[in-house]
Design a protein around this ligand. Structure first.
Ligand code: PLP
Length: 395
């Protein structure tokens, strides 16, 4: 797709889809139509209000369908971050007890758990939860455990079934929350998240708008609301609905779900070509979270989402590389995107056992539903000379 419409005019190659995606044209169209027709307050009783309410309810049905939940289990809120916060604080506030999360969680989960003095569960070198450590943490007092379905830096998919089994055996009161913000574009949540009680989504990761999130709250789960007021969203999240944004979220979610299989196949092949092309062109690259493989064997990335390429370059500082790439018109990132834009050392790579030195040279190239072969060709033309130049300068 080259440059997303909304990107800076200097950006020709956009490889930061895990940070945010351009909105799909259909979602923009829905948003504009809904902003015009659905300006009423959905909580009212007259026909203008009812039109707005219908838009929200239609989106609720669409989201429920694609995640395998009931419409009454879909709670719209203001972002993926808010959904994560509601899951952690809301579970703990309802049942008391303790909280826990995996060490590789996004800060939207990690910080609430740390704020509540919760436990951080170790992971192995792939970023999968250490089940022995989880067995120590999963006591009868645990109110919520949060484990993300796909990691925003490495793209590693976390199988949830073994985690659920530990909770069922040792902490039957505990809710299992999964942050599926990065997983939804790539995985069918009706299967991959079927054993989770709470699931977070964010619109801007799959062609929907920013500032709209969803927390799926399964019927069996109980939470205390964290935003009080008019009692919207089944008393779980007060505040007048963002009708246009919610409607656009529904459209984008439906399209992502319908096209997922073909997107995964197409983009997965592009990602593989990108990684092997870089490995052929540049030495000293570590692809994170990869098992040792036999010489000549094709790399198996089935444990990662299809759009994710995460590499560490020996002898390179991420920040310097990103600066050079941006000057060449390529937008990518290193660790997760954060408010300051600063490149903090990655807590994800640290938890997986990578040295600070290696992690300091990480590059996240993330593809999405609009990525093209031309993006890969141009990335392969741009990145190797930049790496060579930086290494020569450092020598
Ligand atoms: N969780 C994960 C895994 C993410 O990647 C992000 C965004 O980068 C979030 C949560 C936060 O979502 P939002 O940007 O909608 O607040």
């Amino acid at each position: 797709m080259g440059a997303p419409d909304a990107a800076s005019s200097r950006t020709d190659v956009y490889l930061d889809w895990a940070a945010s995606t351009p909105m799909r044209p259909e979602a923009i169209e829905t948003m504009v139509t809904a902003a015009q027709a659905g300006f009423g307050n959905p909580t009212g009783s007259h026909h203008v209000a009812r039109t707005a309410r219908r838009l929200v309810d239609d989106a609720r049905d669409e989201v429920a369908d694609v995640v395998g939940a009931l419409p009454s289990e879909i709670v719209f809120c203001g972002s993926g971050t808010e959904a994560d916060n509601l899951a952690i604080f809301g579970s703990q506030a309802h049942s008391g007890g303790t909280t826990a999360c995996a060490a590789v969680e996004h800060h939207a989960v990690l910080h609430p758990v740390q704020h509540l003095g919760g436990a951080v569960v170790n992971v192995d070198s792939r970023g999968h939860v250490d089940l022995d450590h989880l067995r120590e943490v999963a006591t009868a007092e645990l109110s919520v455990l949060s484990v993300m379905l796909a990691n925003n830096e490495t793209g590693v998919i976390q199988p949830l079934e073994p985690i659920r089994a530990v909770l069922d055996a040792q902490a039957p009161r505990a809710l299992l929350h999964t942050d599926a913000v990065q997983a939804f574009p790539w995985l069918d949540l009706r299967e991959a998240a079927v054993c989770a009680d709470l699931i977070s989504l964010s619109g801007h990761k799959f062609g929907g708008p920013k500032g709209v999130g969803v927390l799926v709250v399964r019927d069996r789960a109980r939470l205390s609301a964290q935003v009080l007021g008019g009692g919207q969203e089944f008393e779980m999240r007060s505040g007048t609905h963002n009708v246009a944004g919610i409607a656009a979220f529904g459209t984008a979610a439906r399209l992502m779900h319908a096209q997922r299989d073909s997107v995964v196949a197409r983009v997965g092949a592009l990602r593989d070509r990108l990684v092997s092309g870089l490995q052929d062109a540049v030495g000293g690259i570590t692809e994170t979270a990869m098992p040792a493989q036999a010489d000549g064997a094709a790399a198996d990335r089935s444990h990662k989402v299809a759009g994710s390429a995460h590499l560490c370059f020996d002898g390179i500082e991420s920040e310097a590389l990103l600066f050079m790439l941006e000057r060449q018109g390529l937008a990518a990132s290193a660790a997760s995107s954060c408010a300051s834009g600063a490149q903090d050392p990655s807590h994800v790579l640290a938890a997986m056992g990578y040295s600070r030195e290696l992690a300091g040279g990480s590059l996240r190239l993330s593809l999405g539903f609009g990525s093209t072969g031309d993006d890969v060709d141009r990335a392969l033309a741009i990145i190797p000379p930049c790496v060579d130049q930086l290494r020569t300068a450092a020598a």
